[in-house]
Design a protein around this ligand. Structure first.
Ligand code: 13P
Ligand code: ZN
Length: 281
């Protein structure tokens, strides 16, 4: 190794920033799960100002971006988001081209880009659904930070063959794997089929987020939320695993199942309260 090699400054990729690395790793996991074909899926993650300031110059605004609607409720908040049209497959090899760190201005009218979204890339087309979901989840959980949308395969499949009534859908998922009721005792919200990328689908999704952590978009995918990336990802993983079991047993003769009383016993043992009106005991 010669001295000139040692003196060469390796340009920072972004992966040295912990929240960039977390986003790069989780998008890679999702792509490997087959949940994010092409540019499918998007993630937004609320960051602490101090955490951002450790790695980026928060006074240096690269450019401003106008959101689809003013987001007064999120004024001053920092986010890392995936870019629109970006492939999750590629985030790990070029985070700055596929992700962006944004701050909502104090009047809620603009987004200030502090890092990433290179070459004039823009935030995900589902930003309305993300922002509106953040607003609703923060009202019920001050620790809320993450919204993940992806095209979880088994969940999409199940929306073709199962009743879309959210209580019936939730109950079936709870019955598929013993620990489902512990992971999502608040059940799953389901909206009707809608055109993605609009404020309307954002409003419908956020309305369900008032009392659910996860919302299914029939024949499209799922939104999962949580206070950490792991929590939001783990929720989607658990829903999709239950949907996978459902798809594996669909059409087969069911010889035994978890009873409603057993689900109640589980909830008691794990100290969670199942959503009312789903179990018959
Ligand atoms: P974006 O590439 O704009 O994030 O859209 C992907 C998607 O899944 C739309 O629902
Ligand atoms: Zn989608």
């Amino acid at each position: 190794m010669n001295a000139s090699y040692l003196n060469t400054q390796t340009p920072a990729s972004g992966l040295e920033i912990p929240f960039v690395r977390e986003m790069a790793e989780i998008t890679q996991h999702m792509w490997r799960n087959g949940w994010d074909e092409r540019n499918g899926g998007n993630v937004s993650y609320i960051l602490d100002e101090q955490e951002v300031a450790k790695y980026l110059d928060i006074k240096q605004v690269i450019r401003t971006i106008k959101p689809a609607f003013p987001v007064h409720e999120l004024a001053g908040k920092y986010f890392i988001v995936t870019g629109s049209g970006k492939y999750f497959k590629n985030v790990i090899s070029d985070p700055a081209a596929n992700l962006g760190v944004l701050r909502v201005t104090n009047n809620g009218e603009q987004l200030e880009l502090l890092w990433g979204l290179a070459n004039n890339a823009v935030p995900t087309s589902e930003l309305a659904s993300h922002f509106m979901s953040h607003i609703e989840r923060l009202k019920v959980d001050p620790n809320h930070r993450v919204v993940i949308h992806n095209h979880a395969s088994n969940t999409i499949a199940m929306t073709f063959i199962h009743d879309l009534d959210e209580n019936k859908f939730t109950k079936t998922l709870w019955e598929m794997c013993t620990e489902c009721i512990v992971v999502f005792p608040d059940g799953i919200g389901i909206i009707s089929w809608m055109v993605p990328g609009s404020n309307e689908i954002g409003r419908a999704t956020a309305a369900k987020m008032k009392d659910h952590h996860a919302v299914i978009w029939p024949h499209h995918g799922i939104f999962g939320t949580g206070s950490t990336i792991d929590e939001a990802f783990g929720l989607i993983e658990t829903v999709d695993k239950a949907a996978q079991i459902y798809m594996l047993i669909a059409g087969h003769e069911i010889k035994q199942r978890i009873t409603d009383q057993e689900l109640v016993d589980l909830a008691k043992a794990f100290k969670v309260t199942p959503r009312e009106g789903i179990l018959n005991v």
